[in-house]
Design a protein around this ligand. Sequence first.
Ligand code: ADP
Ligand code: MG
Length: 568
Amino acid sequence: MTTLGKPETFKRDWVDGFVTAYGRTVRKVPDAYGVVRREPTRDGKVAVVIGGGCGHYPAFAGLVGPGLADGAVVGDVFTSPSAEQVYRTARAAESGGGVLFGYGNYQGDVLHFGLAARRLAAEGVDSRTILVTDDIASGPADRPERRRGVAGDFLVFKIAGAAAERGYDLDAVHAAAVKANARTRTFGVAFGGCTLPGAPEPLFTVGENEMELGLGIHGEPGVRTVSRLNATELADELVDGLLPELPTGDGRIVVLLNGLGRTKYEEMFVTYTRVHERLAAAGLSSLHTEVGEFVTSLDMAGVSLSVLVLDDELAELYAAPCDTPGYRSTGALLETVPLESTVDTVLADSAGAAGNGIVDRVLTAALASVESNEDELGRLDAVAADGDHGLGITRGMRAAVAAARAAERDGEPVSGALLAAGTALADAAGGASGALYGVLLAETGAGLAGLAAGEITAPVLADAVDGAARAFVELGKAEPGDKTMLDAIEPFRAVLRERAEAGSGVADAWRAAAERATEAARETADLLPAKGRAARLAQRSKGHADPGATSFALIVTAVGGVLAEKES
Ligand code: ADP
Ligand code: MG
C-alpha cells in the first residue's frame, strides 16, 4: 500500500486516476479535492454531499453516482477536508434543493463541514447534516452522539441518496437519514494495523496470535485484545457484540460484512455463513447482504459487521437502484434465499492406520512421507513458482488414501482402487501436479486391470508403469531434461523394466527403481525448468531440485518400503 503512493501528492494522484478511470460517472470539482456526478442532476433535487479523509475507498468518492451521493469531498489520508473544499464541492453538486451533508462523527469533519454549511447559508443555500454514529465500540449506548461513524456510513448514505433521488425534500431526506442512522450498528475486529503512505511502520500492530475488537477506521486500535479466533468464533464475537445493541424492528435487516482493506473476500464469505445462521437464529432475516469492501482503513486487516434494521420505508429506499464506481445495484427487490446446506465435499480426514488392502497400505506410506516433507516441498516450489506443492500433494494424497481404502473395502481389485485414488487425488489436489499424479495412479491401475494383487509380477508392473508414463507425457508434454517430475519418472520406469527383465521380484525391482529416482530427483537441481510455472523464472531454480520430481521420489521410496515388508 505504502510503496506506490508518494505521501506529499497521494491525494491528488489517486483522485486524478479515479476520475480518469470512472469519468463515465464522476468528474472532478474544478480547483478542489472533490468529485461530483458527471451528469448534472435535475433542478430542485437535494444534493447529498459526503466526505471525510481518504484511505477509506470506496468511501467516499467511490459512492458518487446516480441513486447515491451527488458529491464527495476528499481530505488527506484520515484527515478531514477543509471547509473551503467542502464548500466548493457542495457548490458544484447543489442544484436548488439544498444540501444534505453526511460524514462520520469526527471532530475535524464536524468543524469544517459546519463552517462550509454556514457559508452556504449566507449565500442562501439551505443544508442539513447527518452525523453517522454506528460504531458501538466508540461510546456508550446512551450517548450515541459520542460514537464514531464507520462502515455504517455506507448504509446511511445509501438511504439518503435513494431518498434524494426519489424527490424527497431536504427535511425528508434528512429525516430518512436520521432514521437509518438510528437503526444502524457496527462492530469491528482487526488482525493487523494499517500503514500511512510513506510511513515506515503501521499505526498499530496486532500480536500474531491476537485480534483487536472494536477498532476504528483511522488506524485506531481496538478497545479489547483477544486471542485469535477462527471464522466461527469471529462471527460469534461480531454477532454477540451487535445483537444487544440492535433496535427492535420487524426482523428485516440489511447485513454488511465489511473488509477493512486487507481481508480476502473469500475469508469474509467463510465468516459470513456463521453470521447468517446466527442472525437467522435471532429472528433476523437479511433482505440485502453485502460482503466486501465498503469503508476501508488503508491496508488494515480486519472486518466489521453492520446491521441496518429496516422498516417499510427503509426497505424500499435500500432496494432502489444506484450506479457508482464502488457500488451498483439494479434495484431488484430480492429476498435473500434461505441458506441451503453447503456441499460438503467429503475431504478425507487424517488417514490414520491403513486397512488391509495393498493400495491403501502403499498410499498411506506415501502420504506419511509427503506429509513429513510438506514444508520442504513447499519451499522448493516457492523458489521459482507458487509454493503450493507440499500442500497440494499432501491434500491430494490424503484424498487418494481415503478413496483407495473405501474402494478396497468394497472389494475392488488393485486396478479399481488405483483408479479411484487417482481420480480423488486430481480432484483434491488441483494444480499441475494434481492432474499429473492423478493420471499416473489411474493409468497404472488401468495397466493392472483384471489382476488380483497376487498376480502382479515385476514384468506386469513394469508394463503398467510404462503405460502410465506414456499417458503422463501425453498430458503434460514434458520432455526429459525439462526439470519436471518426468526426470524422476523416466529413470524410475527404465530401472523397473531393466530389473523386471533380469528376473527380480516386485519388491527388489521397485527398490532399485526408487533409489534411481531419488538420485535423479536430486540431479534435477542442475537443470533449468522448461515446463510448468517455474519455467518463467527458470534461472532462479538453478541449484534447487524440482519439487514434483522430489515428491515422486519420496512417494516411490515409501511405496517400496511397504512392498519389501509384504514380500518378507
Ligand atoms: P502448480 O504448478 O500447478 O502449482 P504443483 O506446485 O503442485 O502445481 O506442482 C509443480 C510440479 O509439477 C513441478 O515441480 C513439476 O514437477 C510438475 N509439472 C508441472 N507442469 C508439468 C508438466 N507440464 N509436465 C510434467 N510435470 C509438470
Ligand atoms: Mg506450485
